[in-house]
Design a protein around this ligand. Structure first.
Ligand code: CP3
Length: 343
């Protein structure tokens, strides 16, 4: 039996204290992250410089002793490796050359060539698997096909994912081809991360909540299930976390429908609801509102205890409902951890 608490929770064990990590735990709220990022020059250089990417991954482990480290990279590196140009407009978020026609889909690079671009990411994983404390679990990740497709199609983030929904309605063949390529490419990308030393992988479907009805089944559930089936056939026993953010009722049965070992839930659902409807099927990760990392105080303590208590009768990995924001106070993160670990 492993002594890594994250792996134990993922195998279905109910632990007296939930293991904890935090989405975006390496990020701009930390002065040491800002210093390393300044050294790298820009965000993408940070992602593609293994020593620096490993350094920022380790910073929150050193400072807080989280139970898991998540590879420092971005979900948009994979589509970039397929050809479209990617850049980050300072203060505005990602920008990407758009892919909206079958000709552009045909012009994407063959999947077996993604590793040329992505090899520094695998090197970061290798460095981390040597450098991490023995009790810390290393999580690799990718975006889920739908979420990555929304950026490829719109060329940027958008509140309603309108461009992707429009292409899905007007040119189903092109839209489906993008989803299928991303599904296959994600299997190769995650496999390379596992080969380099990732012990768990997580699929981020940040925009799953805008898929309704049959679309949710076709474009959130099915691609995720295909990726997980392929990964499990290559790596039996590899634990996989799926995060269909803001799925609402779509969270119910998502683990069983996709084969995920753990379903991560955001804070648009209550912990009590998720315990009743999602945790009954297995491990759940979540779901303290990230605003508490900005506001702190008694509210943080009370809500943290409430999340811990609600999930205490089954396997649980404590996390936020979404990534920590740059305006968060690092002291509040420590307060959250102390509350989880000491009650
Ligand atoms: O969680 C982690 O610490 C691991 C690293 C990680 C990053 N992005 C680093 C990052 C992970 C897992 C992601 C996932 C990601 N990236 C998602 C899915 C999760 C989510 O947040 O919904 C999405 C949609 C992206 C795309 C992306 N990358 C956006 C929209 C932005 C801009 C938003 C922002 O916060 O500025 C990024 C940039 C990004 N990715 C940063 C970090 C630390 C900030 C970059 C900086 O230093 O300026």
């Amino acid at each position: 039996m492993t002594d890594k608490t994250i792996l134990r929770a993922l195998k279905g064990e109910t632990l007296p204290t939930p293991p904890i990590w935090m989405m975006r735990q390496a990020g701009r709220y930390l002065p040491e992250y800002r210093a390393t990022r300044a050294k790298a020059g820009d965000f993408l250089s940070l992602c593609y410089t293994p020593d620096l990417a490993a350094e920022v991954t380790l910073q929150p482990i050193r400072r807080y002793g989280f139970d898991a480290a998540i590879l420092f990279a971005d979900i948009l590196l994979l589509p970039q490796a397929l050809g479209p140009k990617l850049w980050f407009a300072e203060g505005e978020g990602p920008r990407m050359e758009t892919t909206t026609s079958m000709d552009q889909v045909r012009a994407l690079r063959p999947i077996d060539e993604i590793h040329e671009t992505l090899s520094p990411v695998y090197e970061t994983v290798k460095i981390l698997s040597r450098a991490l404390p023995k009790e810390t679990t290393l999580i690799g990740f990718a975006g889920a096909p739908w979420t990555v497709a929304t950026y490829m199609i719109a060329g940027r983030g958008s509140k309603d994912q309108g461009a992707a929904h429009a292409l899905k309605a007007s040119d189903r063949a092109t839209f489906s081809a993008i989803i299928d390529i991303l599904t296959d490419a994600t299997v190769e990308y995650l496999s390379a991360q596992v080969n380099a030393g990732a012990e768990v992988v997580k699929l981020f479907d940040s925009w799953a909540g805008s898929l309704k009805g049959q679309d949710f089944t076709d474009f959130a559930v099915k691609p995720t299930a295909r990726i997980i089936a392929a990964m499990k056939s290559r790596y039996p026993g590899l634990p996989i976390i799926a995060f269909p953010r803001e799925a609402g009722d779509g969270y119910i049965g998502f683990g069983a429908a996709t084969g995920a070992d753990c379903v991560a839930v955001d804070d648009s659902v209550t912990a009590e609801w998720a315990a009743e409807h999602v945790q009954k099927d297995g491990c759940v990760q979540g779901n303290l509102a990230s605003r508490h990392m900005v506001t702190g105080g008694d509210d943080l303590i009370r809500e943290t205890r409430q999340v811990v208590e609600a999930f205490s009768h089954g396997p649980h990995i404590f996390n936020l409902g979404h990534g920590i924001t740059p305006d968060a106070n690092p002291d509040n993160v420590q307060l959250m951890i102390d509350t989880v670990r000491k009650g």
